[in-house]
Design a protein around this ligand. Structure first.
Ligand code: NDP
Length: 537
């Protein structure tokens, strides 16, 4: 299958860059015949499940990013003129392209993240497939002109419109845990809103973004409307200096830097940052379901999901049974190099420093008195793996309960009652996702409303992310703004208020010069009539 000149698919399913001339023909070092970039301009991309280098990509400097931006800006008005229908046509073609090329996209994701085929398929292909269709269908509805009525006397008889206009050039900076969903996924609504977009993927996982750029080009997206700026953190920082709005997903630490840089330029920033999602299990919960959900949503994607279940609070009467069920399920998980669908349950640790963070959190917990009921160690190489791990006898003095672990670990804490569970769930700088398990769904909803998090699921977890109609964003240090829903596309636009006065209008309106006592009294009387009638408390 051909997806353009930049990739070759090896028999093992690994992607190779045959050329690093980016999707845009920015001047940069040419690839050698073997696809290698002369050092120091190239960044090697490693397969975390094998330790092998699968590709090398260009490390764009400030000038290259500025060139990309200039070309993207020049292309934007033409793209905007396609209108919602024209843009939707290309996105729907891209949806079909993704489904036709799903095997290659999955192989590329797996080769740079080390995740399982199922994690790539369920949480990435299905997300992007849905997102192409969703934004193609709903962009016009969310961004179409809105006629509004006003109670204000001074605008009576005029036509009032709220218009959403594209901001121009959007920068998207993405993390390594979901190269398709979290990096490329945010580009879809930005493009549907009529913007040009430059995506800066994580230096660890740039290949999926480059492949998607090839796909969009094949589907007829005009040249330079979408660009991929491969590089390190400096490339991301250079991108913030060029764009009209920045969408960032990653750590709270880097998110703060991005927000500061955006503030200096007075451009909007939308930030999806870290999380420490709590799960609460009440004593009337369906324990088998709760144990399955705790196991799956803490270990899926090897725990490297911003809305993974990172800590569990269980009411005392069902604590022992819940812990036993979860421990058995976690011990049964197969961890290792993904060889194909169904080969393993838990894949690799994508980001090299993450392994130290996971080891540090487990060691810290054990040093402070926690017990390990499953796993507890990294696996010897090749590749980077950590055993699916269950920790008990944990408390909030331990890092595993308060800091983002972002790995296949599940600390479980016994609580006296729901009140203690809610207090501990909220005892966190983060507030991204959360879940409550109980057979009393009304009570579950009441508890969900008391959790300081951008999302709360009752008898489920993480699933809110898949409903693109719902806003997805964080409270507290988990971010600003949201993706999905009306706000998830309106953030890529500026609002313009348009007021049209009909041609048959007075030459001079009553509030204008010259001020006359009679007119002023008349207007004051009218204001009183409008706003001063009726009794108040
Ligand atoms: P970062 O926040 O450091 O990186 C996210 C993206 O920002 C990457 O593309 C990165 O580039 C880029 N970047 C780095 N520095 C800058 C800068 N100064 N200006 C603009 N862009 C910049 O996350 P990491 O990948 O280092 O992961 C660190 C931690 O973040 C993890 O341990 C995890 O806890 C959390 N995380 C949260 C995610 C989420 O979904 N909310 C996703 C991933 C990680 P580059 O990768 O090339 O350095």
């Amino acid at each position: 299958m051909a997806v353009g000149p930049d990739f070759e698919q090896s028999e093992t399913g690994e992607s190779k860059m045959a050329s690093v001339e980016q999707v845009q023909s920015v001047e940069q070092p040419r690839a050698s015949e073997h696809g290698a970039i002369p050092a120091p301009a190239g960044i090697p991309v490693e397969n975390p499940a094998t330790g092998e280098t699968v590709a090398t990509v260009a490390d764009l400097d400030r000038d290259a990013v500025a060139q990309l931006a200039a070309r993207a800006r020049a292309a934007q008005p033409g793209w905007e003129s396609y209108g919602f229908d024209g843009r939707a046509r290309i996105m729907l073609r891209a949806q079909k392209w993704l489904m036709d090329n799903a095997d290659q996209v999955i192989a590329t994701i797996v080769s740079e993240t080390g995740k399982t085929f199922e994690d790539a398929s369920l949480a990435e292909i299905s997300y992007a497939g849905n997102a192409f269709g969703f934004w193609a269908k709903h962009a016009g509805e969310y961004l179409g002109d809105e006629r509004v009525k006003s109670a204000q006397l001074l605008v009576k008889g005029k036509k009032l419109i709220v218009r959403y206009r594209p901001l121009g050039l959007i920068g998207v900076i993405g993390p390594w845990n979901y190269p398709l969903t979290n990096s490329f996924g945010d580009c879809i609504p930005a493009l549907m809103a009529g913007n040009s977009v430059i995506l800066k993927p994580s230096e660890v996982t740039p290949l999926t973004s480059l492949l998607m750029a090839e796909g969009l080009r094949e589907c007829g997206l005009p040249e330079h409307v979408f660009g991929v700026a491969t590089g390190r953190g400096e490339t991301g920082a250079a991108l913030v200096e060029q764009v009209d709005m920045i969408m960032f997903t990653g750590s709270t630490r880097t998110g703060r830097k991005v927000a500061e840089a955006a503030a200096r330029r007075l451009i909007p920033a939308s930030l999806e940052l870290g999380g420490k999602d709590p799960m609460i299990v009440l004593s009337d919960a369906d324990l088998e379901r709760a144990a399955n959900f705790a196991t799956y949503y803490s270990m899926q994607n090897a725990g490297q999901t911003c809305i993974s279940i990172e800590r569990v609070y269980v009411e005392e009467p069902v604590y022992d049974e819940f812990v036993q069920k979860v421990s058995e399920k976690v011990r049964a998980l197969r961890v290792g190099k993904p060889e194909g669908p169904g080969s393993v349950d838990v894949g690799a640790i994508t980001f090299p420093p993450q392994l130290q963070t996971i080891e540090d959190h487990v060691t810290d917990a054990v040093d402070k008195g926690a017990r390990v009921l499953a796993g507890g160690h990294s696996k010897p190489g090749p590749g980077r793996f950590y055993e699916p791990t269950v920790l008990v006898d944990v408390d909030h003095t331990m890092k595993c309960m308060t800091e983002e672990t972002f790995g296949p670990t599940l600390p479980i804490m016994k609580v006296a009652d729901a009140e203690e569970a809610v207090r501990l769930a909220n005892d966190s700088p983060y507030g991204l996702g959360s879940s409550v398990f109980t057979r009393d769904t009304e009570r579950g909803e009441q508890i969900a409303r008391r959790i300081d998090a951008g999302a709360a699921n009752v008898n489920d977890a993480m699933i809110n992310y898949t409903a693109l109609e719902l806003p997805m964003g964080g409270a507290k240090a988990s971010g600003l703004g949201s993706r999905h829903g009306a706000g998830g596309i309106r953030k890529y636009t500026s609002q313009q208020a348009i007021v049209v006065t009909p041609k048959l209008a007075l030459k001079r309106e009553p509030h204008m010069y010259p001020y006359k006592a009679r007119n002023s009294r008349l207007l004051a009387g009218l204001f009183k009539l409008l706003y001063g009638r009726g009794r108040r408390d």
